[in-house]
Design a protein around this ligand. Structure first.
Ligand code: NAD
Length: 348
């Protein structure tokens, strides 16, 4: 009988982690999940069960606690791969509390690497970010584009994290892949799982849907005098299910022994930059809902424009985005309406 390969997903009840678990299960992997609940609750585990029929073993643990975290590997010594999503990710908060970000994001990373080596894990995938490029002088950026100064302590945890992984696994049997995400957005096409952070969302698409549904009165476009085609910032929005797929493919690539070097890195974006105003227009067109937004000043820490050259992921991993910006908008809106209904029902 074909044995399923076991994968530990850290930060697995969070936004990208929960969507990736669905893709992993649908591609024949057995998943174990850990999350400390600092930015999610456990409800995605029920939805994953509803969508896949699988109950994922869950450890409500803080990865900064090495001894407690070891229990996962004692119970599951056959974990072959780790996808490490767990981290704090609020850019603004990281400026106010840099030590919290360095401690949480780097200590958890060093602990999971320690355990990965101790338990002879084969493949390690890391959630990196296009923030490692800083304020890139031009786009698209390739994996070779030199890094600029990180715009925040959060961004620096990703730069340092990449170095920690590369140095740590260099002479080991474990191999790593660093995935540099651009701007993940949207929800599973079912509309019953999506982005649902405990802390207020800061990313554009959830702010748009929260404004559209009336949870926020108004939203602000930060900066309309950037040197772009309409003055607002340009980003590369990637559907969360396309991003999830990139993780499954990256893991398979390692398990199939296709990677020659110890650690490799891939941009995961769709290669198409859209401005904030274009995204707002796309939402209004797709859903027919008019957004109440105002134009405001620039926000510190925002880079002008960045989008990906993803040809490396296309060539080596066989990854191609399947979803469009319209799919991002329709799925995010479907999810917002669904979760608002859930919240209203729970208040009745
Ligand atoms: N969403 C984005 O725009 C984006 C872009 C680039 C990179 N990333 C990275 O992708 C990863 C996942 O992001 P997301 O959007 O799903 O965020 P998220 O906040 O929804 O998920 C992260 C999860 O990690 C958990 N966590 C945090 N610290 C932990 C710890 N010490 N121990 C155990 N669990 C812990 C949180 O509770 C949360 O559920 C993060 O590493 C993030 O930095 C996100």
């Amino acid at each position: 009988m074909d044995m399923k390969q076991k994968v530990l997903v850290t930060g697995g009840t969070g936004y990208i982690g929960s969507h990736t678990i669905i893709d992993l299960i649908q591609h024949g992997y057995e998943v174990v999940c850990v999350d400390n609940g600092s930015n999610s609750d456990t409800s995605p585990l029920q939805t994953i069960k509803q969508l896949t029929g699988v109950e994922v073993p869950f450890y409500p643990l803080d990865l900064c606690d090495l001894d407690a975290s070891e229990q996962i590997f004692v119970d599951h010594p056959d974990i072959r791969g780790i996808i490490h999503f767990a981290a704090l990710k609020a850019v603004g908060e990281s400026v106010e509390k840099p030590l919290l970000y360095f401690k949480n994001n780097l200590e958890s990373l060093m602990n999971i690497l320690t355990l990965a080596l101790r338990y002879k894990v084969k493949g390690f995938i890391f959630s990196s970010s296009c923030t490692v490029y800083g304020d890139a002088p031009e786009s698209p950026v390739t994996e070779q584009t030199p890094w600029q100064e990180a715009a925040s302590p959060y961004g620096r945890t990703k730069q340092i994290g990449e170095h920690i992984i590369t140095d740590t696994i260099k002479d080991s049997a474990m191999q790593g892949i660093l995935l540099r995400y651009f701007n993940p957005a949207g929800a599973h096409p079912s509309g019953i799982i999506g982005e649902s952070p405990i802390n207020p969302p800061q990313n554009l698409v959830p702010v748009i849907t929260e404004t559209a549904i009336g949870r926020r009165d108004q939203m602000t476009v930060f900066g309309t005098d950037y040197p772009t085609r309409d003055g607002s910032c340009i980003r590369d929005y990637i559907h969360v299910m396309d991003l999830a797929r990139a993780h499954t493919l990256a893991l398979q690539y390692l398990f199939d022994g296709k990677q020659n070097q110890s650690c490799d890195v891939f941009n995961v974006g769709i290669g198409n930059g859209l401005s904030v105003l274009e995204i707002i227009a796309a939402f209004e067109k797709e859903t027919g809902v008019k957004l109440n937004y105002k134009l405001g000043p620039r926000r510190p820490g925002d880079v002008v424009a960045i989008y990906a050259d993803y040809s490396r992921a296309a060539q080596l991993l066989g990854w191609q985005p399947q979803f469009t910006v319209r799919d991002i908008m329709s799925s995010a809106w479907k999810w917002e309406q669904y979760r608002t209904q859930l919240m209203e029902n729970s208040l009745k």
